[in-house]
Structure formats: structure tokens, C-alpha cells
Design a protein around this ligand. Structure first.
Ligand code: ATP
Length: 235
């Protein structure tokens, strides 16, 4: 579904991604893990078009994304749930979800997706009239995920959904991602610093260090890898 081939990208004079190649197949749950500053967020921004690659190619469903504007990419089926949630604080939960449904596919499937979002995260149904800015961090993350689902994407990209959450709440969010995977045909691409949880949830992983993919494999392979165990799993 999504393929990056030799992608280099960064910010003016700061090169970040160096020759990154990766593939996400339809229906897969792929995790990108790595330390602070490895370039995970930059990778997502490059896929959504906010950052332009200086080399390499990104294709989505066989289509070269180079000439596709960032604003057009959600309409192709790419949803980016950004780091730090970024809900609209002075809009209600319901209005945030409606804002997510700005794509044609999202408009068409809104009723069905709303049922799905509320079934997955009932707290959002209970709080549908509450200003999103007054929700807890975990609830805001659920709004952000719901807003992504509301665009009726094919690929749901989640940038560190556990960031700033207490461990129990973060675990709850990971459970939700697994449920989303089971209940929909969504392809999920997750960026995470919580490596153990991310590799447990996903079926394939890439380790990004200093802008390069240094390792990739099935979740079982990565979890058994000595380097991953020592550097990321504290074993
Ligand atoms: P974290 O897990 O801490 O969010 P990350 O793996 O997502 O880290 P990025 O946010 O992609 O990493 O940052 C990669 C590098 O790019 C860092 O060295 C960062 O300082 C730099 N960087 C990020 N955004 C910008 C920017 N707008 N301008 C210049 N440099 C930037």
C-alpha cells in the first residue's frame, strides 16, 4: 500500500532521514520505533507531505506522491494523527469528529464510522458535547484517533499516541489500536517510543536510528533480536 524507496528528507540545512526504504502492506500493522530525535515524526511529515523529500520516492497504492499536495493526501486515504494530539480545544468532541470527516469518503461513511468510534471508545459518546480542551490526555488522544478514523482512511498513521500518558492509559490506547485493527480493514502505521508495547501490538516493525532504518522484521523477530532487547527492551 505504502512504499518509501531511498527517501532523504530534513529541514533546510538539517538532514534527518537518510536513505529510508520501507513498505507497509494493505491490512498490516507496522510500528516504527527508535529513540528521541531518530526522525520518526519527520518520517510521518514526509509521508503526509508537510516535509518534502530531497531524494527518493514515496508511493501510495502504486501512485507516486511527489506531485500530490499535502492537502490532497487525506483524500487518497492517508490519515495522520499527529504527535501531541492537537485536538481543536474549543470544539466539542462531536465537532472534532465531524472535522475529521472532511473527506468525501468520510462524509459518506460518517454515520457508520461514528458508530464504530463510539463502540470502540464509549467515553467519547458520553462526552460528545464536552469541549475537547477540557478532556483528560487519554480522552484527547481518543478524540485524535477518532478524528483520524472519521476521515475514512485506508492508512491510519499514529505519531506516538502514548506520549505523555500514564502507563495504564497508554496500555488502554494500545488495546484500542489492536481492536481497531481487528474490527476494521485499516492499515496502521504507528510511531512509538514505547518499544515493547508497539512491537507487541504490531505485526511488523522498523527500527529507526539517526534517520536510518537499522533493522526491520516481524514483531517476533525484533523482540527476539539481541540489539533490540538490550537497547529498547531493557533486557
Ligand atoms: P521524538 O521521539 O523526540 O519526537 P523523532 O524521532 O520523532 O523524535 P523528529 O521530531 O523527526 O524525531 O526530529 C528529528 C531531528 O530533526 C531532530 O534532530 C530535530 O531536532 C530535527 N527537527 C525536527 N523538526 C525540525 C524543524 N522544524 N527544523 C529543524 N530541525 C528539526
Amino acid at each position: 500500500m505504502l512504499a518509501l524507496d531511498g527517501v532523504c528528507a530534513g529541514y533546510s540545512v538539517v538532514p534527518v532521514l537518510k536513505d529510508v526504504s520501507l513498505e507497509v502492506k494493505a491490512g498490516q500493522f507496522v510500528a516504527i520505533v527508535g529513540p528521541n530525535g531518530a526522525g520518526k515524526t519527520t518520517l510521518f511529515k514526509t509521508i503526509s507531505g508537510i516535509v518534502r523529500p530531497s531524494a527518493g520516492k514515496i508511493t501510495f497504492e502504486g501512485r507516486d506522491l511527489t506531485s500530490v499536495l499535502p492537502s490532497e493526501r487525506p483524500h487518497l486515504g492517508i490519515a495522520h494523527v499527529p504527535e501531541g494530539r492537537q485536538v481543536f480545544p474549543s470544539l466539542s468532541v462531536m465537532e472534532n469528529l465531524e472535522m475529521g470527516a472532511f473527506t468525501e469518503a468520510g462524509q459518506r461513511a460518517f454515520k457508520r464510522n461514528l458508530d464504530l468510534i463510539f463502540a470502540l471508545m464509549p467515553v467519547l459518546a458520553d462526552r460528545r458535547g464536552q469541549f475537547a480542551g477540557t478532556l483528560s490526555g487519554g480522552e484527547q488522544q481518543m478524540v485524535a484517533i477518532g478524528r483520524g478514523i472519521a476521515s475514512a482512511p485506508k492508512l491510519l498513521m499514529l505519531d506516538e499516541p502514548s506520549m505523555g500518558l500514564a502507563p495504564a492509559i497508554a496500555d488502554f490506547i494500545f488495546e484500542k489500536l489492536i481492536e481497531i485493527r481487528q474490527q476494521t480493514n485499516l492499515t496502521i502505521l504507528l510511531v512509538e517510543q514505547r518499544v515493547a508495547e508497539a512491537l507487541e501490538s504490531a505485526d511488523h516493525g522498523y527500527v529507526l536510528e539517526a534517520g536510518r532504518v537499522v533493522l526491520d522484521g516481524s514483531n517476533a523477530t525484533l523482540r527476539a533480536d539481541d540489539r533490540v532487547r538490550q537497547a529498547y527492551l531493557g533486557m
